[in-house]
Design a protein around this ligand. Structure first.
Ligand SMILES: NC(=O)c1ccc[n+]([C@@H]2O[C@H](COP(=O)([O-])OP(=O)(O)OC[C@H]3O[C@@H](n4cnc5c(N)ncnc54)[C@H](OP(=O)(O)O)[C@@H]3O)[C@@H](O)[C@H]2O)c1
Length: 331
């Protein structure tokens, strides 16, 4: 599914990334991780993250430890990310299985369903196990199935935070993300409202979604930002510069659509790697993300217990330097 990007200006800016710069950055990063070495761009990030793989940890905001391979709870809702799923019990099983398998970062939003994703999380997992981080979002409204409209007005966001707290059964949200920068509202006003909720103890850390480096830097003048959630996967790297910014500044980068968002991720390189590791292309796509950057926090989403098991198992796959190189040249 495609959520609306409120910032076409940054899209235009991102589409201007030269292939040469992109390849240099990506190859350098991958090589540094695979060699267990360091590079200038990891100087801050390496303080927050350890090693590649599903069990490697990242500290959001320097103090909130999450396993880098998380779970996205958008697909546990109904068709068009609308309403309840056809099998509510299966949705609860998916959530519990993810946690049983060691996932401790679950991404959701008030807009998923709307409301049903957060409600299902509470139904399945409350009281929450120690260390489980639920990252939710506000700032996109849902007039109907498949429709997503930004609303960044301060009074609206304040009420979104209160309602998410209630639905999730929490006193404080560990990570609250502004789902979209609303082009009709200055970002400072939207984030100002979120900052007030943070100052009131209702939010621990704050993240952004679908933003480039300039917007992240602007937001950081209002309040500390610990993560960025942008569309990114092995076949779609338009937000490469945002990833590089996050690496340099030690912010978590949560790629949405990590396994293609329901669209096929087919390529000869993916299929060859899948064959050689006895894995699926979905697993290779996840393994590639984990190897791509120590700040990468993939949140693959699924409505199926079998797929959550498959996706978590991908954390054990170690791609070779030659495979990483092939993926860069194929991109
Ligand atoms: N910030 C934003 O604007 C934004 C936008 C979209 C999503 N998100 C977040 O990012 C998360 C992931 O994004 P996404 O759901 O769009 O993309 P995704 O995780 O790349 O793809 C999910 C789709 O892939 C399928 N799938 C997952 N694992 C599979 C496997 N092992 N084998 C076969 N099919 C598999 C799922 O179908 P099945 O259900 O059949 O497994 C589902 O249709 C969401 O849950 C949400 O938390 C954020």
């Amino acid at each position: 599914m495609e959520e609306i990007s409120a910032n076409t200006q940054h899209r235009r800016w991102e589409s201007g990334i030269s292939r040469r710069i992109f390849l240099g950055t990506a190859l350098g990063s991958g090589a540094a991780i695979l060699a267990g070495g360091s590079s200038v761009i990891f100087s801050t990030a390496s303080n927050a993250a350890t090693d590649a793989g599903a069990d490697s940890m990242f500290k959001l905001g320097g103090d909130l430890a999450v396993k880098r391979l998380g779970f996205g709870a958008m697909r546990i809702t109904g068709e068009g990310i609308w309403g309840w799923p056809p099998d509510r019990d299966e949705a609860r099983k998916v959530l519990r299985r993810a946690v049983d398998l060691g996932v401790n970062l679950i991404d959701t939003a008030d807009a998923y369903g709307p409301e049903t994703s957060e409600l299902l999380i509470a139904e399945a997992l409350h009281p929450y196990p120690k260390g489980l981080v639920i990252a939710t979002k506000g700032g996109l409204t849902r007039p109907g199935p498949g429709q997503w409209i930004p609303n960044g007005r301060p009074e609206y966001l304040t009420q979104c935070v209160e309602k998410s707290l209630k639905r999730l059964g929490l006193e404080r949200i560990d990570l609250y993300q502004l789902h979209r920068v609303d082009p009709k509202v200055p970002m400072e006003e939207s984030l100002g409202a979120i900052k007030k909720m943070q100052d009131a103890g209702k939010i621990r850390h704050v993240g952004l979604s679908e933003v480039g480096p300039e917007e992240i830097a602007r937001a950081r003048k209002v309040l500390p930002i610990v993560s960025v959630q942008n569309q990114y996967n092995i076949n779609n790297r338009k937000w490469e510069k945002a990833l590089v910014y996050c690496e340099k500044e030690g912010l978590g980068f949560m790629p949405w659509s990590p396994v293609g968002g329901g669209r096929s991720l087919k390529s000869a390189a993916l299929e060859a790697a899948a064959k050689s590791h006895g894995a699926t292309v979905y697993q290779i796509a996840i393994a590639w993300l984990l190897a791509r950057s120590p700040v990468m926090l993939p949140i693959p989403g699924t409505s199926s217990v079998a797929h959550v098991e498959e996706n978590v198992a991908a954390g054990a796959i170690k791609l070779t330097p030659a495979e990483m190189k092939t993926f860069e040249s194929a991109s």
